[in-house]
Ligand binder design. Structure first.
Ligand SMILES: O=C(O)[C@H](O)[C@H](O)COP(=O)(O)O
Ligand SMILES: [Mg+2]
Length: 314
């Protein structure tokens, strides 16, 4: 029983506080060859870049560490993230990004491999999802289609009910963080699910850290469909181990020499621990508070924590 507890709590002695402790920081960094980086709440909060982040990333590169950016934020594609990294002076390349929109597109294209024409995806989300589906040659509809960003009209109820507003090739409903929800978009999503479409989600984070505060997360986008249909989506972002397997497959690394850095216990830290990684580091600039993992009986406890990522510079 103690062994299991140690597994989910990153060790018997509890999480190590590294901030201001140079020798412990160096010792921690030296243990790992690979760092999986969460983005929202660790590198930035929306468009606000946290201090010393570019220097910290560069320091790890100078030490020859392999870096992978593993974000649940499906609103952007890998190419979009490359632009954001460049705009913030963070040295990173597109190939190092593994987002939940890419994870979902790869799962649909290479695991489900549905036969055309009945292989189309109805998207509730932003362009990041569409771009990654396109990159995998997966047809889609919905998403950022401006025709769906409008009021629900009386005739829409008839046209959804009689199927004239539906695309018969839709086989999957995929939800991600959607900044433009509408009743019409949900009505179509529900109709496709009632017709037997598969229900997938890029991720189900309840909240989004941005501008130093919290906002409705991707989980809030799928919630209306879960309530309306009673169906639960298969979530393909952190902490899904299908995503971890895909990342390991793509980047080829020894899990025991890898560390997951994140701000959220029930996605990032759980992802690293369930993935059997050598360590997990919680950064307190995002969603989770230290009280959540320091309290007695806490379920998910990181190996170590810092106040902010830049503290790794010592
Ligand atoms: O609602 C969401 O989608 C999440 O809050 C957001 O995606 C988190 O991104 P991450 O911290 O994994 O970079
Ligand atoms: Mg985060």
């Amino acid at each position: 029983m103690q062994a299991v507890a140690n597994l989910m709590t990153g060790g018997s002695s509890g999480p190590k506080y590294l901030t201001g402790d140079k020798s412990s920081i160096d010792g921690f960094i030296d243990k790992f060859d690979v760092f999986l980086f969460d983005c929202d709440g660790v590198l930035w909060s929306g468009d606000h870049l946290f201090e010393r982040v570019p220097a910290t990333i560069q320091m790890l590169r100078d030490k020859g560490k392999q870096l992978v950016f593993v974000t649940n934020n499906s609103t952007k594609s890998r190419a979009d993230y490359k632009k954001k990294f460049d705009s913030m002076g963070i040295s990173a390349n597109e190939e190092e990004v593994f987002g939940s929109s890419y994870s979902a597109a790869v799962y649909i294209a290479r695991i489900l491999k549905l036969e055309p024409p009945k292989n189309k995806v109805y998207v509730l989300g932003e362009s990041g999802v569409e771009q990654e589906l396109q990159a995998e040659n997966v047809p889609y509809c919905g998403g950022t289609d401006p025709l769906l960003r409008r009021e629900m009209l009386p005739e829409d109820f008839r046209h959804v009910a009689d199927g004239s507003l539906l695309d018969d090739d839709v086989a999957i409903v995929l939800t991600g963080l959607d900044y433009h929800p509408s009743y019409l978009k949900y009505a179509l999503g529900m109709a496709y699910l009632r017709r037997g479409a598969k229900f997938l989600a890029t991720n189900i984070d309840s909240t989004l850290p941005s501008a130093g505060s919290l906002f409705p997360g991707a989980g809030s986008t799928s919630a209306p469909l879960i309530k309306a249909t009673g169906q639960e989506p298969l979530a393909l972002g952190k902490p899904s181990q299908a995503m971890m397997d895909a990342i390991e497959g793509k980047f080829q690394f020894d899990r025991k020499k890898a560390c997951m850095i994140g701000d959220r216990l029930n996605t990032d830290i759980q992802f690293g621990i369930e993935g059997g990684l050598g360590g997990t580091l919680c950064v307190l600039t995002g969603v989770s508070k230290k009280e959540e993992f320091l309290e007695k009986g806490a379920q998910v406890v990181p190996s170590a924590y810092v106040d902010e990522l830049g503290d790794l510079l010592g």
